[in-house]
Design a protein around this ligand. Sequence first.
Ligand code: PHE
Length: 357
Amino acid sequence: MSIFAPFFEDKSIEDIYTMLEKIKQILEEVQSLTASTPEEAEALRIKYLSKKGEISALMDEFRTVPAEMKKEFGMRINELKNLATERINELKAAAAAQETVADDIDLTRTPYPIPLGTRHPLTIVKNEIVDIFSRLGFTLAEGPEVEDDWHVYSSMNFADDHPARDMQDTFFVEAHPDIILRSHTSSVQARVMEKQQPPIRVICPGRVYRNEAVSARAHCFFHQVEGLYIDKNVSFKDLKQVLLLFAQEMFGPDTQIRLRPSFFPFTEPSAEMDVSCTICGGKGCSMCKGSGWLEILGCGMVDPAVLEANGIDSSVYTGYAFGMGIERIANLKYQVKDLRMFSENDVRFLEEFTAAN
Ligand code: PHE
């Protein structure tokens, strides 16, 4: 005899068990329902929650449950009903959302053209310079922008009282007299020589800093490319030949060069190189201010004092070095009137170089 026996006049104990089983089973089913379309979700609603649905059927049976058990059963059936309603509504919403997304995507459509960035004009020109010298056997070398006095000045044969060390030109880091922002890429010459014995043939692009008021024609930072070649029997005519070849590769095969005597502490003899005007070809125009020539770089034979300061025997080796401003070359190629354009990142300006990429 079951302990429930006294209460069940209108429902047998077996019936009560069957009902409890049924509630449990539907509960499990409801928890694992899935629907991939709103129609499938609606079919589930009909199956469980409509007037003739399985949960409604339980409600009908509930009427015959003995009064003492009604509270307990009612609670369970209600719980089941709420859970089923919630679950099926969720499935409906998810299926509907998925359908809208799927409706919006046309998988046969070609993708939108994705706008690609352009290379910065200075990068384009730098790559071109490096590329020309790579073909001549120069390899890439780099050094830090935050440098010490030794690499920027002393190792490059600047006298202690050389005016370039003055605050006017050089940025000092935290007013520390020894730590500075390099004011030319010649510091990379020293960085290479201290690590490597000749033959040395390097090209060193990089950013340099000078304490200048910013205007259309000057900036407190700009970019240079340094070249250094040290070996036995390197002469000035090697330098001249390499620079002629560079000029003709960069500005066209008819380009001419001329070298004017100049001075740098780290080269002797020193020269400045002009190329025939890239606009008028030498006849004289506003670009070359009527002279037919445009100055593009400084160069010379490495001063023996520099070789010695950097651990290279100047009685065995000779070398040449040159340095040019990338902005300057870019200006000649693209006639950019205002230096500031290079660092403002105005997309309208940058987009003009799409074709040059
Ligand atoms: N460092 C020089 C400058 O900044 C350029 C240069 C490099 C000159 C190498 C001669 C040799 O103006």
